[in-house]
Design a protein around this ligand. Structure first.
Ligand code: AMP
Ligand code: MG
Length: 349
């Protein structure tokens, strides 16, 4: 299959191109499209055969359920048996946006999309391209990130094509995504909602709206089974093994610089995913991908996946990564970094 590449303006996308892509979705094909978080790999979420193509193209385990994307808030009523008060409050405040709610599903939702769970994950994205595409398709669009399973998520159309060229009908290209990490997933079926995956709508924002919010204990480490099935898999991993340094800022920078110098001296090819300030401390032989100024958490989120993917193009033997503060969107960045490292973490004080 020859993947068609449609380039559109992110705020005023060409209607005819989106309509052609929407027709592909209606006919059961695969369309990758930009959202404000990362690029999604879309299929008709009500068509089990179309949904199955997503799993095949990505190599995604069948028990990892998909998020259904909608263009109008009223679509929720068709997909969810009951919109709980907590879900309604979150939807009113953060939709359209990077927030996914998990609710009890109706029978309209096929098993293929939910991995057989009796709940469904739903999001109304903010990106005009995504919303217009979904509206034109006229169906909920099932869409996980448009990468090969286990690889860093795509934040550009080039990332999508690197993984999925020839496996999907269309990629819609509207430039890099603004947020850069996947949506926040909140289970709203429990009396106190539970954060299953941190993302662009931060824990602080959830707490402000809900009063009380639980955090899935699995987010704390690798030994607890997560309630979002997908969170248990190795994820976001670059090709080379990565070690994450976290803790006190100066100690982290010093430890990374020392490790890089030692590895370079031993003849290893070193890659570093670090803040600008730390990049200046590294030996010139180390390849660096910076994610912006230290403390700029939005920049770290936006730059993380492209930094991880950079070291597949510039091959290295080992990657050293610098952690960020765990507040705001930093919680999502650290969650992805820890998983990308396979929990190989050096704590610095
Ligand atoms: P992705 O679309 O690749 O970013 O992944 C979607 C995430 O949402 C995965 O971590 C899924 O396990 C999670 N998810 C989707 N549906 C559900 C559900 N019904 N219950 C809990 N987690 C879900
Ligand atoms: Mg994904």
């Amino acid at each position: 299959m020859n993947t068609r590449h449609y380039i559109v303006d992110k705020d005023k996308p060409d209607f005819r191109l989106l309509d052609q892509a929407a027709a592909v979705l209606r006919q059961g094909g695969l369309v990758a499209f930009p959202t404000e978080t990362v690029y999604g790999l879309g299929a008709n979420g009500l068509d089990p055969r179309a949904v199955a193509k997503i799993f095949a193209a990505k190599g995604r385990p069948a028990d990892n359920p998909l998020i259904l994307h909608i263009a109008d808030v009223h679509e929720v009523e068709k997909l969810a048996k009951k919109v709980t008060a907590n879900a309604a409050a979150l939807m009113a405040k953060y939709w359209p946006g990077p927030l996914t709610v998990v609710l009890e599903r109706t029978r309209l939702v096929p098993d293929a999309a939910t991995g057989g769970l009796d709940t469904v994950a739903i999001r109304l994205p903010d990106s005009p391209v995504a919303r217009e595409l979904i509206r034109l398709a006229g169906v909920p669009v099932a869409a996980p990130s448009a990468n090969t399973s286990g690889r860093p998520s795509p934040t550009t159309a080039a990332d999508v094509l690197a993984d999925l060229s020839g496996r999907i009908e269309v990629v819609i290209d509207a430039g890099p995504c603004g947020i850069g990490v996947e949506s926040t997933v909140v289970d709203c079926t429990t009396p106190v909602p539970t954060l299953l995956r941190p993302g662009g709508v931060t824990l602080e924002m959830l707490a402000e709206t809900l009063g009380e919010v639980e955090v899935d204990p699995a987010l704390g480490g690798e030994h607890v089974k997560p309630r979002a099935p997908g969170m248990k898999y190795t994820h976001y991993a670059p090709a080379a093994p990565m070690t994450l340094y976290e803790g006190e800022t100066e100690a982290v920078a010093t430890a990374i610089a020392a490790a890089a110098a030692g590895l370079v001296a031993a003849g290893r090819r070193v890659g570093a995913v670090v803040a600008d300030e730390t990049a200046r401390l590294l030996p010139p032989q180390a390849a660096t991908a910076t994610y912006g100024a230290r403390g700029d958490l939005a920049a770290a989120a936006a730059g993380l996946y492209s930094a991880l993917r950079y070291f597949d193009a510039v091959p290295v033997d080992v990657i050293l990564a610098e952690g960020v503060a765990e507040s705001g969107i930093g919680l999502a960045v650290m969650n992805r970094m820890r998983k990308a490292s396979g929990y190989k973490i050096v704590h610095c004080e």
